[in-house]
Design a protein around this ligand. Sequence first.
Ligand code: DQA
Length: 149
Amino acid sequence: MKILFLNGPNLNLLGQREPNVYGRATLGDIETKVRERAATLGIEIEFRQTNLEGELVSWIQQARGIFEVIVLNAAAYTHTSVALRDAISAVAIPTIEVHLSNVHAREEFRHKSLIAPVCSGQITGFGPNSYILALEAAVNINATPQQPK
Ligand code: DQA
């Protein structure tokens, strides 16, 4: 099984960026944790970050036939991007929405996720552990009932 982890804008600044909200772990630290857990599960992962919306769209499109699940922290694009939503819908690869912070406990504009309706589910608020929970969810995705889209 191959799982693609995609990270959107400003997540390259984790560790320095609003540590009261996002903690002190860097994206590299999170990737290391995910890699360690994936290795124990015998899962292959790829882990990427970009600040560009179109690059995320291209990566989602290119995942077809290569990755079985996408774990996506779309960061701010979560709340704005019809293009990302359409890409997820178009490729029909099960996608898990992930956030470090609990977006529902924050500003109102973060309560709305444009991608949530086309994702298998959402994991939000567990800090770096959100990624580990997403990995566990990804591994078990075929045993999880999906809502009809
Ligand atoms: C985030 C939450 C988003 O609202 C925000 O724009 C981010 C990070 C998170 O992981 O908590 O950049 O996706």
